[in-house]
Design a protein around this ligand. Sequence first.
Ligand code: NDP
Length: 360
Amino acid sequence: MLLLARRLRPITNARLLEDDGSTGVTDTMTETFKALVARETDGEVACEFEDLTADDLPGDGDAVISVAYSTLNYKDGLAIKGNQGKVMRSLPMVPGIDLAGVVEDPGNSGLEPGDEIVVTGWGLSETAWGGYSQKTKLNSDWLLPLPEGISLKQSMAIGTAGFTAMLSVMALEHMGLKPSQGEVLVTGAAGGVGSVAVAILANLGYDVAASTGRAEQHDYLESLGAGSIVERAELEEDGGPMRKARWAGGVDTVGSRILVNTMAQIKPNGSIAVCGLAAGPDLPATVIPIILRGVSLLGINSVHISNEKRKVAWDRLAKELPMDLLDSMTEVVPFVNLPGLAGEILKGRVRGRTVVDVNA
Ligand code: NDP
């Protein structure tokens, strides 16, 4: 800890949230910084803003990062709202599955102080302290230099959700999907993963059908490139294991009955990138479409991915996700608003992507 404290540079000019929600200036003498910390009391997990010092950061990790932005994903909502699904495996914990910022101490990464980096997954908010902190200490193997052509803020507008959307597209392509094969269905389309998936697929020339339960988001989805809208209710009915084959492929962020109905409508030998469970983790399905139509379910896990694959996905995101669309689907919120928004994302009321400015 003494070594760490000596190597840290003062976080001058970093603005902090005061208890009343206003912004203040870091006291460079004590070098405190703000973090949202989850602690367990009498079996209940609650998150509160706390002032920490470098000595409070957990010991593992050889790189120190001055965090600029984090994000709000569905999984973050679960963590902040009482650690539902036991997202955080140990406590106390700083949640936040994504972060982007500036290297203070590069550890063994080979990077230089001042370099800009992005980190998603790798167990942030599960087993390692995450992005809801103005400063953090991480395993330097996890630091990905910010891809060329995108800003720190845009990297968090992408975040785990956008990264997952790209992994989903890559998985479908790996199975041979091509725009000429027909419409691709994206479920939970107005959410974070869904919005980015719609924008990427449309930009790659796919005819995208966007499924949403929010009628007020139809124009938004069309602005991202959706060619048609599928009412969520249509996919919630029990329609049997095989229905009229309609989709060349799918990106499913929702799971449960909606995934089952998507399977029932996939064209022969088509695939679905299965990445989410916003409607539930159950799969009330039969193997009929898998066997009789050769439908494949492609599991997508964005957490534990090699750096080589991460780089490929991020480089593609920088090139194939139109940045004007990314900006149009993104809201930047101050740190203090985060706990309130966590409840909203669990209710399916957040549209697109939410970037958290941890210094505002
Ligand atoms: P969001 O909340 O932003 O989006 C989820 C969307 O799903 C909502 O916007 C809504 O879309 C739809 N939805 C919500 N509740 C229901 C419901 N009860 N029934 C049907 N549809 C519903 O979340 P994210 O985009 O951040 O994440 C989506 C899912 O993907 C989550 O389950 C998340 O845990 C998972 N995920 C998985 C990853 C992986 O590595 N596999 C990585 C990232 C996320 P609409 O209003 O358009 O209907």
